[in-house]
Design a protein around this ligand. Structure first.
Ligand code: ASP
Length: 323
């Protein structure tokens, strides 16, 4: 019988009604029996945290990566139950920290608590356990009928039961009446090792027309090491009246790395097309191409702790950008 480690972190899936509202009170060992089906798997349950995912931060990602690494070594696959709100960030962070992992690490959660009458929790958890038994390596989000690479998952809906989308890449796999299938598994350019170090001094800046340059002075004075810049369209930013290009050159001189992605959810940033993008390229910014913002932020935190952060950012680690 295959062994699956079930690591619980909280989230709606584990919520019950308390006098202060919904709170993640259920333990990992209380979740599995609620499925009411025998999946012919040995499920070993462990509580890592009991948090609303809004409270899951880089410190929790490091602890979770270590737990997942230990579980990978003693099981055939791992399921992590997690709140949906920041699941895409955790999935991206773990994709980098566990890059090259040859066993499945599956994140799942639900829009409704597991005991709610029309809850999606039982189906999502059942499907996640089956995906974890598939033997296909990598970090994925399993939600509704989709299996999404951890670096391509975005929470695109607040209430729909199909809450996650695979952005700029086809789903890694799907679940239908034929079972679980993986069509585009995560591929890594690194051999497996736990690489759990992160630098959380990363700031995401979404440009708005007229954004004042003073935000970049704050970036320097507050000691940030990396900036993810969500620019307009293919990679535009303003430099008349308020010269943001000059700010980028100051950041670069201060050794702060800038990774540029697009505000458009779909398709890529391409700095070579417009004059405004080319101005930016002169300041040594790195194009995040078609990376999701979630993957870009997590990759920056992870890359900053690597030997050569700029080179790491330009290298495709687990399919976070299209070639
Ligand atoms: N607030 C919850 C969380 O992210 C939402 C959910 O799990 O769906 O922990």
């Amino acid at each position: 019988m295959k062994k699956i480690a079930l690591l619980a972190t909280g989230g709606t899936i584990a919520c019950t009604q308390t006098k202060n509202g919904l709170a993640p009170t259920l333990s990992a060992s209380e979740l599995a029996p609620r499925l009411g089906v025998d999946l012919e798997l040995e499920v070993n349950a462990k509580d890592v945290f009991r948090l609303d995912s809004s409270n899951i931060q880089p410190e929790e990602w490091r602890a979770l990566a270590r737990e997942a690494d230990a579980a990978i070594k003693s099981s055939d696959g791992v399921v992590i139950t997690h709140g949906t709100d920041t699941m895409a960030y955790t999935a991206a962070a773990l994709s980098f920290m566990l890059a090259g992992c040859e066993k499945p690490v599956i994140l799942t959660g639900s829009q409704l608590p597991i005991d709610a009458p029309i809850s999606d929790a039982r189906q999502n958890l059942t499907r996640a356990l089956l995906a974890a038994a598939s033997g296909v390596g990598g970090v994925y989000v399993v939600f509704d009928t989709s299996i999404i690479s951890g670096v391509r998952a975005v929470k695109t809906h607040t209430t729909a039961l199909s809450a996650f989308s695979s952005v700029n890449a086809p789903c890694a796999g799907h679940i239908d009446s034929a079972g679980v299938s993986f069509d585009h598994p995560q591929r890594s350019s690194l051999p497996y090792a736990l690489r759990a170090r992160l630098n959380s001094r990363v700031l995401l800046i979404k440009l708005t027309p007229g954004l004042s340059p003073d935000i970049f002075s704050f970036v320097k004075s507050a000691g940030y090491r990396g900036v993810v810049l969500e620019t307009f369209g293919l990679g535009g930013l303003h430099y008349i009246r308020r010269n943001l290009v000059k700010c980028l050159s100051e950041l670069s001189a201060a050794g702060i790395i800038v990774l540029v992605v697009s505000q458009c959810l779909y398709e890529k940033a391409d700095l070579s097309v417009y004059e405004v993008g080319r101005e930016m390229m002169r300041e040594n910014v790195i194009s995040g191409r078609d990376m999701t913002t979630e993957a870009a932020v997590c990759k920056m935190m992870w890359a900053l702790e690597s030997e050569n952060p700029r080179e790491t950012l330009m290298r495709n680690i687990v399919g976070e950008f299209s070639e």
